[in-house]
Design a binder for this molecule. Structure first.
Ligand code: NAP
Length: 245
């Protein structure tokens, strides 16, 4: 298999780390992006290398366009042109709508949507020029179904569907693809931090009776990033244990 160069935003933990490590297993070059968890990024980079890939730690707050462009220069210097971009960086600030501040609204939309915009603009030409350019956006089941206390998060994640579909159309003439993965509830710190009774409720509402694992999402991303997915574009792949909100 030919080594590809992949950028995974927000890969210092959780789903992003599992994706980076999975790319490592394929022997790819992986830029491990993070905002503040340097130690986490170092752990991810070590896992990528142990799995057989090459890793580059690439700090940048994805809400900061200049920082993302500097990250782009670093990735280009170290690895050359990028074949796969995974827009994964994400946060949540949950509060019911009547109590949500404008700052809480903006902060969440900025990370997910401005972050995806900045990273995609930075690597767009690479993806378009690559023989197998792949843009993969990590959305959420919440983008489809909404969720109490998550108006900001649900709006951001729904926005990623339209973003993906449009980028799929614009990249298609170049032969590159754009797809989205919409995970259900996955056992990462984003969900582990929830109160125990809420996690029990989630398991109960999920036909498969459990949370998903980051590795299960990484497996889908690895497929979308590979030549095995070459005729799939503009799609949202649900991975939610059968949970239908
Ligand atoms: P996580 O473990 O908290 O990981 C979030 C990652 O995003 C971290 O690496 C974090 O880096 C990074 N990040 C946050 N803000 C950033 C910024 N401004 N710039 C760069 N990196 C930033 O959460 P996760 O569950 O793996 O979430 C990963 C993605 O999956 C998110 O987009 C999330 O919305 C989505 N998702 C998660 C679930 C779930 O149930 N867990 C379900 C559906 C979708 P630092 O720690 O360095 O800030």
């Amino acid at each position: 298999m030919t080594a590809k160069t992949c950028v995974v935003t927000g890969s210092s933990s959780g789903i992003g780390r599992a994706i980076a490590e999975r790319f490592g297993e394929e022997g790819h070059n992986v830029a491990v992006n993070y905002r503040s968890s340097r130690e986490g990024a170092e752990r991810t980079a070590a896992a990528v290398e142990a799995a057989g890939g090459s890793a580059l730690i690439a700090q940048a707050d994805v809400t900061d366009i200049e920082a993302v462009q500097r990250m782009g220069e670093k990735v280009h210097r170290e690895f050359g042109s990028v074949d796969v971009l995974v827009n994964n960086a994400g946060i949540n600030q949950d509060v019911k709508f009547t109590e949500m501040t404008h700052e809480e609204w903006d902060t969440v939309l900025d990370v997910h949507l401005d972050g995806a915009f900045h990273a995609t603009q930075t690597f767009y030409d690479d993806l378009a020029a690559s023989e197998e350019g792949r843009l993969i956006n990590i959305s959420s089941i919440i983008g489809k179904g909404g969720n109490f206390g998550q108006a900001n998060y649900a709006t951001a994640k729904a926005g990623m569907f339209g973003f993906t579909r449009t980028l799929a159309l614009e990249l298609a003439p170049k032969g590159s693809t754009a797809n989205c993965v919409a995970p259900g509830f996955i056992a990462t710190r984003m969900v582990e931090d929830l109160p125990e009774h809420i996690k029990d409720q989630i398991r109960e509402d999920t036909p498969l009776g459990r949370l998903g694992t980051p590795e299960e999402i990484a497996e889908i991303v690895a497929f979308l990033a590979s030549d095995r997915s070459s005729f799939i574009t503009g799609e949202v792949i649900d991975a939610n244990g059968g949970k239908d909100l």
